[in-house]
Design a protein around this ligand. Structure first.
Ligand code: ZN
Ligand code: ZN
Length: 257
């Protein structure tokens, strides 16, 4: 847990700065050029770092979709239906939503936030979440539980991107709050090259409940991450919460892919 208290304080400072500084000052730091095509972004654009034509490439997920991971289905579907990946995963959460396919401009925003210390991307990512049909209602009143980073990864990145997303969302969605209930107790390395089965094995016992935290079975908990790939990470987190007594337990992630 080396330095975690300091890091969390630092995270809050970043977030408060983003919200307090407003458009003008951020634009000095990050000129209004589109992150993916480099063109100038008009003042009335939907997003701050993607131009209107790049934003047109963004497909927000709409129903019908898998009730466990949010991936959309083609055509008409009657009743809740799970995709083959989720049927195999058998998640510990009751339902889940994702917001967009992880490709193109949205991938670039996530990549900036995650690997290039691009906290400027938060504003657009949260804006897209709030534009997603039904997402705001889905989050309303929930306790958001960010997927934690290993302390060393946290130190390296200087913030947990999922926590920053959760904190910004909690300021904008009524009745929502953030609780850091989980900690990563085992270094799992990068999972990008692992198969579904290997990811699951790799994540076994990787998370635990933080000390001196309690689960209120009356609360609705929503585990939140920036990306859903196979669901193994989110499910490993949900399993810890379920074992600790969470009953009303769901999942949300931004990018699917
Ligand atoms: Zn563009
Ligand atoms: Zn699914």
């Amino acid at each position: 847990m080396l330095g975690e208290g300091i890091l969390l304080k630092f995270n809050n400072t970043i977030l408060q700065s983003i919200l307090r500084l407003g458009h003008g000052f951020l634009d000095l730091l990050y000129p209004q050029d589109c992150l993916t095509c480099g063109c100038m972004i008009p003042d009335d654009g939907e997003l701050r770092h993607l131009c209107p034509s790049c934003f047109l490439e963004v497909e927000l997920f709409r129903s019908p979709c898998c009730y466990l991971c949010g991936i959309p289905y083609q055509g008409m579907v009657s009743g809740p239906r799970a995709c083959p990946n989720c049927l195999e995963l058998k998640p510990s959460y009751n339902e889940g939503k994702t917001v967009f396919h992880l490709h193109g401009p949205m991938r670039a925003l996530i990549h900036s936030l995650k690997y290039e210390k691009g906290t400027f991307a938060l504003v657009d990512l949260v804006a897209v979440v709030l534009m997603s049909p039904g997402l705001q209602e889905y989050l309303t009143g929930a306790t958001l539980v960010p997927v934690p980073l290993h302390p060393w990864r946290h130190l390296q990145r200087s913030y947990n991107q999922s926590e920053l997303l959760a904190r910004m969302l909690s300021r904008l969605v009524p009745g929502t709050r953030v609780e850091n209930l989980l900690r990563r107790v085992r270094w799992t390395g990068s999972q990008t090259r692992l198969s579904r089965q290997q990811r699951r094995e790799n994540l076994r016992d990787a998370f635990a409940l933080r000390k001196e935290t309690t689960i209120d079975p009356h609360n609705r908990y929503v585990v939140l991450d920036d990306v859903f790939t196979t669901g193994a990470t989110l499910n490993a987190c949900a399993l810890v919460l379920r074992d600790a007594g969470a009953v009303n337990l769901d999942m949300v992630a931004l990018g699917h892919g």
